[in-house]
Design a protein around this ligand. Structure first.
Ligand code: NAP
Length: 249
């Protein structure tokens, strides 16, 4: 089979794919031939643009609005995908938000919003999709965590707790699903140029990055491609792979 279309016949759901890292992953998996479902929460126009871009590659794609933190809406949406596309072979739990603030000033609402989207959202989507993956005895799940879940970051107690939670969750799911042919891994990006990081002071950040540059969304997408499409990754599960210019050394 043409390596470029090695995901032909596979269905991939990417949460939070209207922009940033999720968008790059969606386009990259589309290039590999997967039917791509572009999830978003509010950016309808942008999600439609991503879908158009994927369709222009000759690959099927459609957008689907749902809030990853809302159980009913997640379950309904996953059922819709199964009805329309027949299966879900690849799940990329990418949707995420920040609500930064030093712990002493952090409101419970900031904590709840971030934990609900970044951790509970991963639980809800994985639980709902795994029901089908377990039956088909195959599947690839990639959770987008963060360097901050590994090393912490002042002002991000909520975000680092959620992202560390995703790492533990990834290991448990990998153990629970391994015998059914489902691989579960996490990718831990450092600082990547997206809207999430555009307000940060790049000069200070660069001092902490041995490779002295921010990462690109395409670099994250290439690592995800490897985890979901390469035969070389078939023996990898439960891992958290850092992609951070050396920040986590
Ligand atoms: P981004 O540009 O802010 O995009 C976030 C995406 O998540 C958008 O598509 C957004 O949809 C979606 N989203 C937010 N809340 C949602 C919800 N409740 N339900 C469904 N979708 C939701 O962020 P990014 O920088 O690409 O980050 C993507 C992931 O990588 C996140 O998990 C983030 O924590 C992680 N990460 C990012 C960096 C970085 O440096 N950028 C580093 C490490 C980890 P709408 O457009 O509809 O709002």
């Amino acid at each position: 089979m043409n390596q470029k279309k090695c995901l032909s016949g596979k269905v991939a759901l990417i949460t939070g794919a209207s922009r940033g890292i999720g968008k790059a992953i969606a386009i990259s998996l589309g290039k590999l031939g997967a039917e791509v479902i572009v999830n978003y929460s509010s950016s309808e126009e942008r999600a439609k643009e991503v879908v158009e871009q994927i369709r222009s590659l000759g690959t099927n794609s459609y957008e689907l609005k749902f809030n990853v933190a809302d159980e009913e809406s997640v379950n309904e949406s996953i059922n819709k995908i199964i009805e329309k596309s027949g299966s879900i072979d690849i799940l990329i739990n990418n949707a995420g938000i920040t609500r930064d603030g030093l712990l002493m000033r952090m409101k419970s609402s900031q904590w709840d919003e971030v934990l609900n989207t970044n951790l509970k959202g991963v639980f809800l989507c994985t639980k709902s999709v795994s029901k089908f993956m377990l039956k088909q005895r195959a599947g690839k799940i990639v959770n987008i965590t963060s360097i901050v879940g590994l090393i912490g970051n002042p002002g991000q107690a909520n975000y680092s707790a959620a992202k560390a939670g995703v790492i533990g969750f990834t290991k448990t799911c990998a153990k629970e699903f391994a015998s059914r042919g489902i691989q579960v891994n996490a990718v831990a990006p450092g600082f990547i140029e997206t809207e999430m990081t555009e307000k940060l002071n790049y000069e200070d950040i660069l001092k902490a990055i041995p490779l002295n540059k921010l990462g690109s969304t395409e670099e994250i997408a290439s690592l995800v491609d490897f985890l979901v499409s390469s035969t070389a990754s078939e023996y990898i599960t439960g891992q958290t792979i850092s992609i951070d210019g050396g920040m986590n050394i």
